[in-house]
Design a protein around this ligand. Structure first.
Ligand code: DQA
Length: 153
């Protein structure tokens, strides 16, 4: 039997700069550190990790479509998406998520609601199963634990 055991962790623009980018906001962990943290969380929960980052909106849309095909094939537990600034601008990502029916957790390292007003609106939240913000990079492990719990029959 095929199990829904794969998770995509998708990171949007500027998240490749983690570690040096505004460390007072995002902390000192690098994206490689985040990937290692996600790999450890996935190992704990029996999930297979597919971890990616792109600065390009269309590439993120393509990856959501790819996740949608895995969902249709029954191999996807869900997606963790830190869409970065595209969270606040991207109707295309909203439509892609809506069109695939995937289980998606919106993730932010910082508490976007305690920051500038332009970060308070999300195009992702209305099509997300859950939202995590403000736990620093530990939020990725929390999101993966949440997806693992949701994937239990
Ligand atoms: C972010 C918050 C966004 O507002 C910002 O544009 C980012 C990172 C976060 O992880 O806190 O790039 O998604």
């Amino acid at each position: 039997m095929t199990t829904a055991a794969t998770v995509f962790v998708l990171n949007g623009p500027n998240l490749n700069l983690l570690g040096t980018r505004e460390p007072q906001v995002y902390g000192s962990a690098t994206l490689a550190d985040v990937q290692a943290l996600c790999a450890e969380a996935c190992a704990q929960h029996g999930l297979t990790l597919d971890f990616r980052q792109s600065n390009h909106e269309g590439e993120l849309v393509d990856w959501i479509h790819e996740a949608g095909r895995a969902h249709a094939a029954g191999t996807l537990a869900g997606v963790v998406l830190n869409a970065g600034a595209y969270t606040h601008t991207s109707v295309a990502l909203h439509d892609a998520i809506k069109g695939t029916g995937i289980t998606l957790v919106e993730l932010h390292i910082s508490n976007v609601h305690a920051r500038e007003a332009f970060r308070h609106h999300s195009y992702i939240a209305p099509v997300a199963k859950a939202v995590i913000a403000g736990f620093g990079v530990r939020g990725y492990a929390l999101a993966l634990a949440g997806l693992a719990a949701l994937a239990q029959p």
